[in-house]
Ligand binder design. Structure first.
Ligand SMILES: [Zn+2]
Length: 303
């Protein structure tokens, strides 16, 4: 179990890469976990090292609805009777997992849906369990969690409900899936948005903080977050170029472009292939807006 102490009761239990995420633990007059997607044994071990039992968790805060960020939320709610806190877009999706699937693009007839459900049940067990949000928060809302102040910051793009969480008195911001990983930004759902993602990255770059806490980096604290976010943002342009090269090379449909991996290294998994296709679709739309790609006879052509 790896963890990082950021001082004043703010800790990060390292979860790292998908299908886990980094979980923030706030120890104040209450016990709060943000994005409980690290391994359960690691969370238990961390709490135990502070003489806390998992049943003593008071609050669970969710940055967004992705299964790797909510994995243990239902379990903690049941075990500890903890209050679940989420924003107004996440809340209905957490309360009704069919809504969650719809937001992610996996409507009941989608052919990849059963494979995605299998992936979630195998790797993020519990994420689809029934549970409910107790406290719904809006944008720029300040919460007092047992004496520790946090503030919500909507940062859509990755998903429409994605939000960062600021620690105004401690001087940190939890970036969640604006994570500064070398994989780069993920926007692999129909409701994701490249322009909104880039705006959200820019918003974080303009923050004056001691550091950004990544949702997935094994070294979770990014002190030089301005340059890290700049490199992260460049991935959109790099991927635009790869998609454009594929179209220039004769690929005229999403399926044809997805014959060669651009974002994922391997596309042997049907779920990741679907994410790749949705991301390519966002790039094609963006290239059409930039007038670098046109659609002729239902095929993409470079201009
Ligand atoms: Zn996510």
């Amino acid at each position: 179990m790896e963890s990082m102490n950021l001082g004043d009761g703010l800790h990060v239990v390292v979860g790292g890469e998908f299908p886990y995420c980094n979980t923030l633990v706030l120890l104040s007059n209450e016990v709060t976990v943000i994005d409980p997607g690290c391994a359960l044994e690691n969370l238990r071990q961390f709490l135990k090292s502070h003489s806390i039992d998992i049943h003593e968790i008071d609050n669970v805060v969710l940055s967004h609805i992705h299964p790797d960020h909510i994995t243990l939320a239902s379990r903690i709610q049941r075990l500890a009777k903890a209050k679940v806190i989420a924003n107004e877009i996440t809340a209905p999706c957490f309360d009704d997992k069919e809504e969650m699937k719809r937001l992610l693009g996996f409507h009941p007839e989608h052919k990849v849906r059963p494979f995605w459900e299998q992936l979630v049940n195998e790797k993020m067990y519990g994420a689809l369990d029934d549970a409910h949000v107790d406290i719904v928060v809006g944008n720029h809302e300040t919460l007092d969690l047992g004496g520790m102040t946090v503030r919500t910051l909507y940062t859509p793009g990755h998903l429409p409900d994605h939000m960062c969480i600021e620690f105004p008195t401690l001087g940190y911001v939890f970036g969640a899936d604006i994570d500064c990983t070398s994989f780069g930004p993920f926007y692999g759902h129909p409701n994701s948005s490249i322009p909104l993602f880039r705006e959200s990255i820019q918003m974080l770059r303009e923050k004056e903080v001691k550091g950004l806490i990544s949702g997935h980096l094994k070294q979770p604290l990014v002190k030089d977050y301005r340059s890290a976010l700049q490199s992260y943002d460049l991935q959109f342009d790099i991927r635009d170029d790869f998609v454009l090269m594929a179209i220039s090379g004769g690929a005229g449909t999403i399926d044809e472009i997805a014959m060669t991996p651009i974002i994922y290294r391997s596309l042997s998994n049907l779920v990741f292939l679907q994410f790749e296709k949705w991301m390519i679709e966002h790039h094609v739309n963006s290239l059409v807006v930039q007038k670098r790609v046109a659609i002729e006879n239902d095929r993409f052509v470079s201009i």
